[in-house]
Design a protein around this ligand. Structure first.
Ligand SMILES: Cc1ncc(COP(=O)(O)O)c(C=O)c1O
Length: 418
């Protein structure tokens, strides 16, 4: 028997104690696996869906954090369960100014969260029972799919086209069985880059009204809009009909490491969200929230987001022109996103995108995320779709990456055919 500090060590059978949730519902993130594979192979990555490190306003945020830590109130437990009031006020007035929020939205309806991810998670805990139906656009943001499953929700895919969720498909699915909510990323969607036009948003809201369903609008790319402002948010369009929970974040426009996001919550649900959050670990870091507020007060927000848009627009345009040069001649089709970080592609001949992505990273050292990562199990898993991200790729590495991707596709398709 092994010993620790002279005492006999007995094996404690922790594994036998693992909960059903932890054992059966967590699953693995296919994106996480691909990102690890890309790093292991030291590949050029079109995989990472995050901001570019050179775009972080590091110096200004450091200065703002220094100032924040001088405030005595940031050091103790803080007793405002919703998060720093002044930051919530800033968010409410910004959202109203930018056509994102109706009149009823004020700081009292906003809960600061550990990124948008926690806001999706709280929404799920508040509204989903094991066995409840949750409708998700398809393809969908993978981490939210995992969150819904963790809570025991039964996820049902609603097909999309180039303009997002297809209303007739939603109407057909929603009329069959009652679902708790529809989850969507309406602007520059992760993964597809698609944006839902305003007429379609109105149609979708009508269908949800007819079927007594809520809508969860996840909008972290809102301010990364390269070809004019995005359509009005679902939250704004729904107006006094408070069926929309809006989720947002500073991750893409300041830095994801700060972990500051928020949820706009209809009044009857606010207390429930806050209680759920307290049960999962008291508040969220006030010092960081104050630092973010200090940073925001010190910048011209419009100019700041315009600067981000200028740089990311360049990267998008560069990737699109390289796609035209390298991928279009091979029959690979892609879309043209109006903002965000992602381009959606489809390879000809219904290839197995997951196999291809693994082949490409090993053979040519180029990383992409296969479309299968964004579909529910068994739902168009191998349709040859994939996600390309331009946010983190330097333009000089982009051309080399695209030529590698083209080479990988050419040799892979020969291998599959032959
Ligand atoms: C659609 C979407 N929702 C939520 C998140 C989570 O972001 P965070 O928790 O950092 O705010 C992301 C991040 O990639 C995302 O793309």
């Amino acid at each position: 028997m092994s010993t620790v500090n002279g005492f006999a060590r007995t094996e404690f059978a922790c594994r036998d104690l693992i909960s059903v949730i932890a054992r059966e519902r967590l699953g693995v993130s296919e994106i996480g696996e691909m990102i690890s594979l890309i790093a292991e192979n030291d590949a050029i990555s079109f995989g990472a869906g995050e901001p570019s490190a050179d775009m972080f306003p590091a110096e200004s945020v450091r200065d703002a954090m220094n100032l924040a830590f001088m405030e005595p109130d940031v050091w103790g437990y803080h007793h405002d369960d919703y998060g720093l009031m002044e930051l919530r006020e800033w968010i409410a007035s910004r959202m109203k100014r930018d056509g994102m929020a109706p009149d009823w939205v004020g700081p009292e309806n906003i809960l600061l969260t550990n990124g948008g991810g926690e806001a999706v998670s709280l929404t799920t805990e508040a509204l989903v029972d094991p066995g409840s139906l949750v409708l998700v656009e398809s393809p969908a943001y993978t981490e939210s799919l995992l969150t819904f499953r963790k809570q025991g929700g039964v996820r049902v895919a609603v097909p999309s086209d180039g303009d997002g969720i297809i209303p007739s498909e939603l109407a057909r699915i929603a009329s069959r069985r009652a679902a708790r909510f529809l989850y969507t990323v309406p602007n520059f969607q992760n993964p597809s880059g698609r944006t839902t036009p305003i007429e379609r948003r109105a149609e979708i809201l009508d269908i949800l009204r007819e079927n007594g369903m809520a809508l969860v609008e996840d909008d972290p790319y809102h301010y990364l809009s390269y070809d004019g402002p995005p359509p009005d948010s679902y939250l704004k369009l729904a107006g006094e009909d408070m069926r929309v929970i809006h989720v947002n974040s500073f991750s893409k426009i300041i830095a994801p490491g700060l972990r500051v996001g928020w949820a706009v919550i209809p009044p009857p649900l606010v207390k429930i969200f806050s209680s759920l959050r307290i049960s999962a670990g008291l508040g969220r870091p006030l010092a960081i929230q104050r630092g973010v507020l200090t940073y925001l007060r010190g910048v011209d927000f419009k100019a700041m987001t315009a600067g981000l848009c200028r740089e990311y627009r360049c990267r998008r345009d560069a990737m699109l022109s390289m796609i035209e040069k390298y991928l279009t001649p091979l029959g690979i089709r892609t879309n043209r996103p109006a903002g965000g970080f992602f381009i959606w592609g489809e390879a000809p001949g219904a290839a197995d995108a997951e196999k291809f992505a693994r082949y490409a990273v090993r053979k040519e050292k180029i990383g992409i995320i296969p479309g299968s990562a964004f579909y529910l199990d068994g739902d168009r898993g191998g349709d040859g779709s994939f996600r390309l991200s331009y946010s983190k790729v330097r333009i000089d590495a982009m051309e080399e990456g695209m030529s590698r991707l083209a080479r990988a596709w050419s040799s892979y398709s020969k291998l599959v055919k032959g």
